[in-house]
Design a protein around this ligand. Structure first.
Ligand code: F0G
Length: 479
């Protein structure tokens, strides 16, 4: 089988409203249902025709593409037929996203925590978070629209807690050709590293006082009244791209996810929507025999989805919450746009025999978990720490047993959130976070020799004295 050829099979895609079921064609970029204002999901009307081929044939095909030299198929579109089989090769944007590794936790860490788990390192994507998967989806579709309509200018816009904006700006600056990027950020509530990303990519970076939820309302209003391409996960092409996370998990484990539990941090709830959707599609096609267990994780400072699912069925009521400062700042969202999608898909997930849970964790647990993971060779961000804290919480609640194996979504690179690590190491958290460092996890730099002392010494004396100080600091004995 040749692995470089772009697939020829095309589907027929439609937007489907998660609220009233209305359908719309994909010639237009739509975010919400014109009938009822509900959010959309995309559906391939010919999806069931994939069943005309045995699951094994699809598995073999997706596996063979791992060796492709065709860049349009190297990233998330390795799973083209499962995601957006209406796009043409010439429109596919590939910046090296996807195909992230799943790194099993070191034996020492698994033993210390009494849990079996691995991290899927989404921080190894080009803008250092999972958002690149969605942007590859959204920008590929956008390129198709630009080509079809002959547009010479498109303004893309997103509200963000820092990672969506970094990804949107990166992809816009690479695609160019009249595509411009505007990002709207809550001032002081994205990390300096995240802020530097859209600035470096040349986007127009605008800030407002407030939180993400305020920015989201502004861009929603903007999208209603002006011609812009909204790149938040309200844009269902982003959800499609992010489904690739689920496909990669299955493929990594030889298309077997039985006995596995996937943990995902929940903010705007786009990612958990995408992962659930991807898992359901694979189950429907028989690509996997069993659905894995799925756990959403939220901080007690931003937990509307947990609050909803923590009540017994029948008594559940959705209410947005006012967020409080959270170290899982990228997920610090009180009114997730994709909540209606989660509700819909979680019901389908359960009907299909899957197990869907949401756990709540403390700020303290998130920080301890992140620091602990990274001291054992991981690159987890605070949201990755949130996932590990979620696993420990699920274990405490008896939801996870000794034999279960968890795959934790480390959604971004640790470096993006190093400020929270510094606050931990320096015991400098403002009281509203409620985080006190565990002394054994603190690590700070030590100066070996003062500038004054250094000025007194010649080069040879400086080298020898500093080496002696280093040996003393490290507890080394001389030969
Ligand atoms: N982890 C990271 C690193 C994130 O950036 C986000 C969301 C989440 C988890 C939560 O994912 O929203 O799909 O439930 N960041 C968005 C942003 C909101 O603007 O960058 P979600």
């Amino acid at each position: 089988m040749t692995t470089d050829a772009f697939p020829t099979r095309r589907g027929r895609m439609e937007y489907v409203c998660t609220q009233c079921g209305a359908r719309r064609g994909v010639e237009e970029l739509l975010y919400t249902c014109p009938e009822c204002g509900g959010v959309f999901l995309l559906e391939d009307l010919d999806f069931a025709r994939m069943k005309e081929r045995p699951a094994e044939e699809w598995r073999t095909r997706f596996d063979a593409r791992r060796a492709t030299r065709n860049t349009a198929l190297r990233g998330i579109f390795r799973f083209y037929e499962l995601m957006a089989p209406v796009l043409e090769q010439e429109d596919i944007v590939y910046l090296g996203e996807g195909d992230t590794p799943i790194i099993e936790a070191s034996p020492a860490l698994q033993k210390a925590l009494g849990a079996r788990f691995a991290f899927k390192n989404e921080g190894q994507n080009p803008s250092a978070s999972f958002k690149d998967r969605g942007m590859a989806g959204a920008f590929s579709y956008l390129r198709a629209l630009v080509r079809m309509h002959g547009w010479d200018e498109v303004l893309t816009v997103c509200a963000s807690t820092g990672d969506t904006s970094a990804a949107a700006a990166l992809y816009a600056s690479h695609v160019g050709g009249g595509i411009r990027s505007v990002v709207l950020l809550p001032r002081g509530k994205v990390t300096p590293q995240q802020l530097s990303q859209p600035l470096g990519s040349g986007a127009l970076v605008l800030e407002v006082p407030g939180v993400f939820d305020d920015c989201m309302k502004v861009v929603e209003y903007l999208a209603e009244h002006y011609r812009v391409a909204l790149l938040n996960s309200k844009n269902s092409w982003r959800i499609l791209g992010q489904e690739s996370y689920a496909y990669e998990c299955a493929q990594w484990y030889g298309w077997g996810l039985a006995g596995k539990s996937l943990f995902v941090p929940v903010g705007n709830a786009g990612n958990i929507t995408a992962i659930m959707s991807g898992l359901l599609k694979m189950r429907e096609l028989g690509l996997i025999d069993e659905l894995p267990r799925l756990f959403g994780v939220q901080s007690h400072h931003a937990d509307p989805v947990w609050r909803y699912y923590s009540r017994p069925e029948g008594e559940r009521r959705y209410e947005p919450v006012r967020v409080r400062p959270s170290v899982a700042q990228a997920a610090m969202i009180g009114n997730p746009v994709s909540f209606p999608r989660v509700k819909k898909l979680a019901a389908r997930y359960t009907e299909a025999g899957g197990d869907f849970n949401v756990v709540q964790v403390t700020e303290q647990a998130i920080m301890d978990a992140m620091i602990c993971a990274n001291r054992h060779g991981h690159i987890a961000c605070t949201q990755g720490g949130e996932c590990l804290a979620g696993l420990l919480r699920a274990k405490e609640l008896g939801l996870i047993g000794e034999r279960d194996f968890a795959v934790l979504d480390a959604t971004a690179h640790a470096l993006k959130f190093s400020g929270f690590q510094s606050m931990y190491m320096e015991n400098a958290f403002p009281p509203e976070f409620g985080v006190t460092p565990r002394p054994e996890l603190i690590n700070t730099p030590r100066l070996l020799i003062t500038p004054e002392r250094r000025a007194e010494l010649n080069e040879a004396e400086f080298t020898a004295e500093t080496a002696r100080e280093l040996a003393r600091a490290a507890g080394l004995k001389s030969r």
